[in-house]
Design a binder for this molecule. Structure first.
Ligand SMILES: CC(=O)SCCNC(=O)CCNC(=O)[C@H](O)C(C)(C)COP(=O)(O)OP(=O)(O)OC[C@H]1O[C@@H](n2cnc3c(N)ncnc32)[C@H](O)[C@@H]1OP(=O)(O)O
Ligand SMILES: CC(C)C(=O)C(=O)O
Ligand SMILES: [Mg+2]
Length: 521
């Protein structure tokens, strides 16, 4: 009997593959390895670590995650092509418990893309799944756009994949089109009609285009699926994937009507949500279920009154269940190293003494400008303080004149590899003038693809987190910074992105001296 017959639901996290496919969510190698470590620690069963054929970087990240994984199975994605599958295996084979995930679009719309007839596609599925199974014991096969595939053809292809050795069949709602009762009916139909269906695990992989991803996933579980594919914060293409935290907490809180278990330690949800938001640059909306800033906040009088008398009046989960601890240490300019270390440890950062010293200096600088330092402020600060790529170009000072009178003007001094360079520039607004200063000192041809500002905490002294995405010769880098001054945060984010670009250039074999900097004043 497989797990499918029991009450255990496997959690398959695809933050690092489908989540990273969100436009702009590209993560660095180190960030992917870090997130994979947190997922493993949290009890996720399978981590889809990337698409190894997609790039050298993806291959390297999947290989390292495979080497480092302790408990989770490590999976890579591959098209229905022998070369993809071989490349995937070369990356995941280092894991104690590897998995190959191969897929092809089976719906009429998707069959037309590679221009295969139904029979030709059936042969391709047989050939590729057989090949994958000869390499790896765990093979997952997905009929992409399953929910818009003809029922008979879906049953036929699933049967072929099972016979060829697939151990998991994933049923993707690739475009977020299905509704809960259809999602359930589809799994039931496959279980009833496909020979061998009771020997494998059915998975559900939903997208959130109509806001039904979690409902569809849970409906599939009730119908017999025993693996849910999801991402932290619901990160993913377009409207995203099923949110891991929603599935885990729904199964926990409503276990009375959905009696299924996962292995996920829910107290780690808040921390990983914040880390994924920080590294992807995708802020979590305030009212996001489970991990939103307001998910456990109460402002109206009747709610507060009820909460004070009995928290269950307005809360169906305890904040501690998702890893929110009461803020008993309020961080500010009077806090010392011990409090900072303890606070950072609660947030999941283990620091050595030297690192703590550096972070403490930055913390005090911030505390001098800001009354209260929130967890989000510390996460933003840690992200910048511990990024090894944020080195060669540094902001020494800047002064900006802006307002209704114009022209907006920036004066800036940067250090580049330790040497100081200064310039002054006018611009169309203070941010434009600052970016022009940076460009005047560090000449480059990178194109600004994205400039995004978000406040990480409330109040007029809130830190602004700025993300800047640059593109140069196909290389895409994202820089981030946080500061109470939005223009300073913007300049720092731009510089952070440039530093990353320099690292990419060097890794790509370009001579380090290619960095072209000059005094433009
Ligand atoms: C629903 C999903 O999430 S699917 C996963 C989507 N994720 C990604 O695409 C991210 C990674 N992708 C990439 O890096 C690139 O697309 C690569 C490396 C895989 C392929 O790059 P290229 O060779 O330049 O192909 P390109 O991206 O232009 O087109 C995709 C090709 O794959 C084919 N293809 C797409 N899906 C499949 C599949 N499941 N099995 C076999 N072939 C497929 C297409 O027919 C097309 O073939 P063609 O080049 O012969 O026309
Ligand atoms: C690759 C497949 C599983 C996918 O992500 C989808 O169909 O949404
Ligand atoms: Mg998907």
């Amino acid at each position: 009997m497989t797990d499918q017959k029991q009450d255990r639901v496997l959690i398959f996290d695809t933050t690092l593959r489908d989540g990273e496919q969100s436009p702009g969510a590209t993560m660095t190698h180190a960030e992917k390895v870090e997130i994979a470590g947190l997922l493993d620690e949290m009890g996720v069963d399978v981590i889809e670590a990337g698409f190894p054929i997609a790039s050298e970087g993806d291959f390297a990240a999947v290989s390292e995650i495979a080497r480092q994984a302790k408990t989770a199975q490590i999976c890579g994605l591959a098209r229905a092509q022998i070369g993809d599958i071989d490349r995937c295996w070369d990356a995941v084979k280092h894991a104690r418990n590897p998995r190959i995930h191969t897929f092809i679009g089976t719906s009429p719309l998707h069959r037309a893309i590679p221009n295969l007839t139904m029979d030709q596609m059936a042969d391709r599925i047989h050939e590729t799944v057989t090949h994958a199974r000869n390499l790896c014991e765990n093979v997952q096969w997905s009929p992409m756009d399953a929910t818009r595939t003809e029922a008979d053809y879906l049953c036929r292809t699933v049967e072929i994949a099972i016979k060829a050795g697939a151990t998991t069949i994933n049923i993707p709602d690739t475009v977020g089109y299905t509704a809960p009762r259809e999602s359930a009916a589809l799994i039931r139909m496959l279980l009833e009609r496909v020979p061998g269906a009771d020997e494998i695990i059915f998975a559900t992989h939903c997208h959130n285009d109509l806001g039904m991803a979690t409902a569809n996933s849970l409906a599939a579980v009730e119908a017999g699926a025993r693996q849910v594919e999801c991402t932290i914060n619901g990160l993913g293409e377009r409207a995203g994937n099923t949110a891991l935290e929603e599935v885990v907490m729904a199964l926990k809180v409503r276990n009375d009507i959905m009696p299924f278990q996962t292995r996920v330690d829910s107290t780690k949800l808040m921390n990983i949500s914040r880390r994924v938001a920080a590294v992807s640059g995708f802020a979590v909306q305030f009212n996001k279920a489970i991990v939103g800033k307001n998910a456990f906040a109460h402002e109206s009088g009747i709610h507060q009154d009820g909460m004070l008398k009995n928290a269950e009046t307005f809360e169906i989960m305890r904040p501690a269940d998702v890893g929110l601890t009461e803020t008993n240490i309020v961080m500010g300019k009077h806090s010392g190293r011990a409090a900072l270390r303890s606070k950072l440890e609660n947030l999941g950062y283990e620091l050595g003494d030297n690192q703590l010293k550096d972070v403490f200096v930055r913390f005090k600088e911030l505390a001098d400008r800001k009354k209260e330092i929130y967890d989000e402020d510390l996460i933003a600060l840690m992200r910048i303080a511990t990024d090894p790529e944020a080195d060669r170009i540094k902001l020494k000072s800047m002064h900006v004149v802006c307002g209704t009178e114009g022209p907006n003007h920036a004066r800036m001094t940067l250090t580049v590899d330790g040497d100081e360079h200064s310039t002054e520039q006018d611009g169309d607004g203070p941010v434009d003038a600052s970016f022009k200063c940076i460009k005047a000192i560090v000449a480059h041809s990178a194109r600004l693809q994205l400039y995004q500002v978000a406040a990480v905490t409330e109040g007029t002294d809130a830190q602004a987190t700025v993300s800047v995405r640059l593109e140069e010769d196909g290389r895409i880098v994202t820089g981030q910074s946080a500061d109470t001054d939005t223009v300073v945060a913007s300049a720092r984010a731009y510089i952070h992105a440039l530093n990353r670009l320099l690292v990419r250039r060097e890794k790509g074999g370009t001579d380090k001296r290619e960095i072209n900097y000059k005094d433009a004043s």
